[in-house]
Every structure is written in C-alpha cells, then in structure tokens.
Design a protein around this ligand. Structure first.
Ligand SMILES: Cc1cc2nc3c(=O)[nH]c(=O)nc-3n(C[C@H](O)[C@H](O)[C@H](O)COP(=O)(O)O)c2cc1C
Ligand code: SF4
Length: 598
C-alpha cells in the first residue's frame, strides 16, 4: 500500500451514524483511499448495508471530483490549477512530471502506477505551486522536487517514506492585529455563556457587530438568535471549513494554528442555541489537517470541554464530528454543504427555508465560517468594545486575508476592516500592480484607479482571497481561468448556470483567439446579467463576475482582440459543406456560399 499512513487518519463517525445513509459519502471516501477507486462489489455491499440505492451511490461518485468508478494510479497526483500557481510555473512543472513519468495529463499510466491531472485551487496559494498526492499536500514544487518525486514513484517508495520536507505546510501570519495578537483563554467563552445565559451572548455579539467571515457578512448574533428561537427538539452547529474559493487559505491557517479557538467558538454556539451535535465540514484538499484536528478534539474531551457534562454541567453535552469533502466547490454553499453532510450530492437547496430553521436533517442549524467561530469565542472572552476598537461602524473588527500573486510576501494578513487596497499592497510588497481580484473567482476585479477603495462590507466585501496581478500579466488569462473554474464547478442543477458557464468559456475563447466582434461582447454581457438574475444559487449568480468586471473595468483588453467586422459567425458553414462538395465532386464557385458562413 503506497499511502499506508493515510489509513491511520480514518474518519471518526458516531456509532449511530455508521451504516446509515448519511455516512455513505464518508464511507466512499474511505473506499477511494483504500482501492484508488470504488469497486463495484463495494458499491453493492454499501447499498445493502446503508439501505441506499446503487444509483444513488453511483450518482455520488460521479458528483464528487475525488471519487472514481475506474481505477486511478497507485500514486494519484493532482496539480492545483489556481491562476497564481500558473503564474509560478505550475503548468511547466506538471508537463515535466508528465514527461518524466510517461503519463499524459488527465490519464492513468498503463501499469496503473500513476495518474496525473489538474484540480481546482487546493488552498496553497502562498506556498505553491502545490499538488495533492493521494490526498496529501505537497508544497513549493520546483524542478528539483519534480525530479525527486519521479524517482520516488519509479522506486515505488511508500508515501510514508517520502521526505517530510515535501509535505511541509507553513502556518504563520505575516501581519497580526487585535485578533491574532490576543491570547486565547481556554473555556472562557463557554464559561461566560453557562454563567450569563444565551441572551447575554447574542447581545454581546450584536454589540461587537460580528458579521459572517465566509463572504456574505450576515450578522452572527441574528443567525444564532434565529436558530435558538426556532421551535425544535434538536439543533446543530456546523463549521464551514470548505474554503474552496480560489486564492483563499486563511481558514487553513486557523485550522492548523488556532483550532482550539474554533472548537471553543463552536461549543459556545452550541451552549447558546442548545445544540448537542456539531460538524466540521473539512474540504478534502485539507485532509492533512485531519489528524491534528482530531487530536485537538480528543484533548478537549479529556479536559471536559467537549463531550458529556462539559465543565461539569450535567445538562450540557456537545460533541463534534469531522466530515471530509470530496472535491466539490459547490459544497461550500451552506445548503449544499448540509446536503453533503447528509451523504448526498451537494446540490443547493431552495431558500427559504434557511438552515437556521431547516438545516441538517431538517433541524435548525447554524452554519458559520471558521473565522466567524474563532472571532465569536474571542469577542465573548474580551468583550464587544475590544472588537469594535478597530474597523468601521458598519464593519467592525478585522479580516484575515489570504494574499497571493505578484508580491514579495504572500501569506496570511490580518487587517482592520476599512483598510485601503493601496495600503494592503504596500504592506505585502506589491509593485506595479495592474489589478487585484478581491474575494476569489466569485469576487471583484479592482483596477489601479480604485486602489483607494477599502476592504469592508460597505465597500469591497470578501471572504478573504486577495490575488495580485502586476502590469506584465495578461488579465484575459486570469479571467479565462476563473471562467473555466465556474464551468468545471457548476453542479449542473439549473440551466442558466450549467449552460451559461459553458457558453461564457466559449465566448471568451472566441475573444482570445481573435475571432470575436462587438456583437459577441454584447452577448457576453447579456448572458452574464441573465446568469446573475436567474441562477439558483450564488455560484451561478457570480460566475459571470470575472467577465463582466473585465468588460466594465478593462474594456480595452477585449476590444484590442476584436475583428473589424461587426459579426463573425460561430462556425464556418462553407467549410462545413466541404464533405458534401467532395462527395458530389464539385468545387466551382456556385458550390460555395458567399461570405463563407452564417
Ligand atoms: C458557491 C459558494 C461557495 C461558498 N463557499 C464557502 C466556503 O468555502 N466557506 C464559507 O465559509 N462560506 C462559503 N460560502 C458561503 C456560505 O454559503 C455561508 O454563507 C457561510 O458559510 C456562512 O458563514 P458565515 O456567516 O460565518 O460567513 C459559499 C457560498 C457559495 C454560494
Ligand atoms: S447556480 Fe450553478 S451551482 Fe448553483 S444550483 Fe444552479 S447549476 Fe448548481
């Protein structure tokens, strides 16, 4: 077994869940690990043991990018296809590996020793180019490292014997502010809740003005209050650690270096809303964090900060289970995440009802981002005034940014809300910046003329991704990367997004190869607005942002590629009739269409 050490990090599931339909996805992830695919006999076995139909199980395997019904190589390598890693030469390195191992990208070698492919951003933008090998993260790839990997694979060295340096993921902050500079006091927030009661907690979070850090900025106090007041026998707490937005990696840092704060925040929420069960939905790309997170959970159970009778309160029982994602960006959307937790495909639910009233298993559920839970714990520990000492009136406190791209010091930065983009660029050592993409592929493209704008919910809001592009970059390539990302990640449930994201890629390609006309640009705009208005969920509603922003803020980029004509057909009808001409033996002018196309 090449990845024997992975077997140690088995997913822990409460006994009550084993064998139940909700556990099917987690079982499939285990099977994929064990066999490098999910064999037919295991599908049959799982269908019987879980009571779920075979077609449902196959549907799951087809939905999740990390599950397969056909065998992958013993070494399954996925290069992160994030644009900033492409800028660092990730495609050249993937080509080098492909040649060295004799396996084309997107295929499995005949001897089934190795598979090679790309995957969406794996959250290592500050230490790329990066890749996953059998789910384990390899960072800072160079030509030397590629050579080393080729040797290790050809020698069939088990991953557990590969040099540890290959798998090192650095976890440090380049800039700290009030949150990261605060000492976390174990149990302070939970004790405060048990002593003062939920109403006091909601009121403190409200005074602090804490807003969701996953991007949308919904009031955390309001969310917890809604959930607590929904009439139900059970309530659930869910941490959204899916962090799939390209260029975002700040949750990875918190999960790796500040997991106690996160668990404290989740436990605080449980005490405040009256929940007994919590989940951390950890993206599959962060599987390397699974063991360390389990250790923190175990430690807290030993310290009676988790489990039964927390802090000796007989009536306060709460525990947390980690569920792994399996390579689907859409599962970051909270209702899709809940579907996935329930062992289903991550198709977003209609809203309303919102998770606070009908969430996991139909019960009221709080879903918050990792950073939100961490901040909630600190606010209760330090008081709302402490949080409000920085930031703006509408956006108090600070935001963790994941900075990557063209700058001297990429990494994690904590900035007060209200900080100008120009200031952020100066602090991370960016020079001659042409544009910044704030908020990931779904975010906004900000040109130099707007660098005085600020990171704040009332100005430019962000879940934390901050990608920098200098004046030597071809922005159309950036826009193309984001547009392809959405096409790849669309769950396919609704037509505007499924068809629209594909059409946008084609239309953009037409611009890039110099065949588009002004009419095409108009059509892209119309299609983009249609997708914004009619898509079922946030993915489709934002998928056209990169193109619409590009057209609005950098029109010359597009216009300089246009043909002089006002209309260029989507395909060449005259050329497509060539076969008919050959069959009829004609090539005279009459057999050709005037102008060559439609
Ligand atoms: C396509 C899509 C992907 C998302 N991905 C994430 C994610 O990875 N992490 C996250 O916290 N929120 C993500 N969200 C937002 C969540 O739906 C939800 O608003 C958030 O988890 C709520 O937590 P918060 O209030 O603490 O921000 C995503 C939303 C959409 C539409
Ligand atoms: S908008 Fe896209 S991702 Fe969202 S439900 Fe529709 S197809 Fe799926």
């Amino acid at each position: 077994m090449v990845h024997d050490e992975l077997q140690q990090s088995k997913l822990s599931m409460p006994d009550s869940e084993n064998g139940a339909p909700f556990s099917v996805l987690q079982q499939l992830i285990g099977l994929q690990q064990e066999y490098h695919y999910v064999p037919r006999h295991e599908i049959d076995r799982l269908a019987v043991s879980s009571g779920v139909s075979e077609s449902h199980i196959i549907g799951l395997i087809e939905f999740y990018g990390f599950l397969h019904t056909t065998p992958r190589g013993e070494y399954d390598i996925l290069f992160s296809d994030n644009i900033t890693e492409q800028m660092q030469g990730s495609h050249l390195l993937a080509d080098l590996l492909s040649k060295g191992l004799g396996v084309a990208i997107g295929t499995t070698r005949e001897d089934r020793r190795v598979s090679l492919d790309y995957t969406s951003c794996i959250g290592m933008g500050d230490q790329g180019p990066a890749a996953l090998i059998n789910g384990q993260t390899i960072t800072r790839l160079t030509t030397n490292r590629i050579g080393q990997i080729i040797q290790l694979i050809e020698a069939s060295t088990p991953l557990s014997q590969w040099p540890k340096t290959l798998f090192e993921v650095e976890s440090r902050a380049e800039r700290r502010d009030i949150v990261l500079n605060s000492e976390y006091q174990p149990a302070a927030a939970i004790e405060a809740c048990l002593k003062k009661g939920p109403a006091a907690i909601f009121s403190q979070l409200e005074q602090a003005g804490l807003r969701g850090c996953g991007g949308a900025g919904f009031s955390t106090a309001a969310k917890w209050r809604f959930c607590a007041s929904a009439a139900a026998e059970e309530r659930f707490v869910v941490c959204n650690a899916d962090e799939g937005e390209p260029g975002t990696f700040k949750d990875r840092f918190l999960l790796q270096s500040h997991a106690e704060r996160l668990i404290e925040g989740m436990t605080l929420c449980a005490a405040a809303i009256g929940a007994r069960t919590g989940f951390i939905y950890l993206r599959g790309e962060y599987r390397y964090l699974l063991d360390s997170l389990q250790r923190v959970l175990d430690q807290r159970r030993k310290e009676r900060l988790l489990g039964n009778a927390i802090l000796a309160h007989d009536d306060f029982n709460f525990d947390i289970t980690i569920h792994l994602g399996a390579g689907a960006y859409i599962c970051g959307e909270e209702s899709a995440l809940i579907e996935s937790l329930e062992g289903k495909r991550g198709i977003p639910r209609p809203r309303p009802p919102f998770p606070v009233t009908e969430g996991y298993s139909g019960f009221p559920t709080v879903v918050n981002n990792v950073e939100t839970f961490c901040n909630a714990a600190l606010i209760i520990q330090q008081g709302p005034e402490w949080y409000r000492q920085v930031g703006t009136t509408a956006s108090p406190g600070t935001k963790l940014l994941s900075i990557s791209g063209d700058c001297d010091r990429p990494g994690i930065y904590e900035f007060p809300f209200g900080t100008a983009i120009a200031e952020i660029l100066s602090q991370c050592g960016a020079h001659q910046t042409m544009a910044v993409q704030v908020g990931g592929a779904a975010g906004r493209l900000i040109p130099e003329t707007e660098f005085n704008r600020t990171i704040a919910f009332e100005d430019i809001s962000t879940g934390g991704s901050f990608m920098i592009f200098n004046q030597n970059r071809e922005l159309l390539r950036v826009i193309e990367n984001f547009t392809q990302f959405f096409r790849h990640e669309s769950c396919g449930f609704c037509t505007p997004c499924r068809v629209g994201s594909s059409l946008l890629v084609k239309q953009l390609n037409k611009v890039m190869v110099g065949h588009a006309t002004t009419k095409d640009l108009e059509e892209m705009s119309i299609l983009g607005s249609l997708m914004q208005k009619t898509s079922h969920c946030g993915l489709g509603q934002t998928a056209a942002n990169p193109i619409l922003d590009g057209l609005g803020k950098f029109p010359k980029l597009f216009q300089s590629r246009l043909r002089a004509t006002s209309f260029e057909p989507a395909f060449d009808l005259d050329a497509s009739l060539e076969e008919a001409r050959l069959l009829t033996g004609r090539d005279d002018p009459e057999a050709h269409l005037e102008g060559g196309g439609v």
